[in-house]
Design a protein around this ligand. Structure first.
Ligand SMILES: Cc1cc2nc3c(=O)[nH]c(=O)nc-3n(C[C@H](O)[C@H](O)[C@H](O)COP(=O)(O)O)c2cc1C
Length: 149
């Protein structure tokens, strides 16, 4: 019996970007982002996680590619952060943040890791992949990219 090849769902897309924020950013700005995201992402069936380190955002989004594209065009123009870089994206089998329109994590201890990831994305694909995995394993409720058996 041939082994079943388990391809990622063509309907579920996952995108991870990192960006920088100005040091003076107020927590009220982060709270406003979260309030908007809770509402919009729920309506759009998007799930994910936003990490705030004080100097960077790291945001993982899951959902349909169309919804993600639409949202990313707004996020890219948003003046509350800058220098946005997509570090990983692609179709996946299952959500890692099922039931969470935007899970929020605040951790200044991850600053250096996210900054290194931000730089690596520009120059070294292999290092970027390692750092993405490392960061995500520290933060995820359940591991990403797990193949179904
Ligand atoms: C780091 C960051 C993450 C964001 N995440 C989301 C999100 O997940 N969902 C959302 O609706 N808006 C999010 N926003 C807000 C959007 O950038 C934007 O303000 C909102 O979609 C309204 O856009 P519009 O004025 O183009 O309609 C985020 C903003 C930032 C800076």
């Amino acid at each position: 019996m041939p082994k079943r090849i388990d391809l990622p769902s063509p309907h579920l897309y996952r995108l991870h970007y990192v960006s920088r924020v100005d040091p003076g950013i107020q927590m009220a700005a982060v709270e406003a982002i979260l309030a908007r995201a809770r509402e919009f992402n729920k309506l759009s069936d998007l799930t994910g996680q936003l990490l705030f380190t004080g100097t960077h955002f790291s945001h993982i989004l899951e959902g349909s590619l169309d919804c993600l594209r639409l949202l990313m065009s707004s996020i890219q123009r948003d003046s509350r952060h800058h220098d946005l870089r997509v570090v990983a994206e692609g179709y996946v089998h299952a959500r890692s943040f099922e039931g969470s329109p935007i899970r929020y994590v605040q951790d200044p201890g991850l600053r250096d890791l996210v900054e290194e990831l931000w730089w690596a994305q520009r120059i070294d694909q292999e290092r970027t992949a390692q750092l993405v995995q490392h960061l995500e394993h520290q933060l995820l409720p359940r591991p990403l990219w797990v193949r179904k058996t």
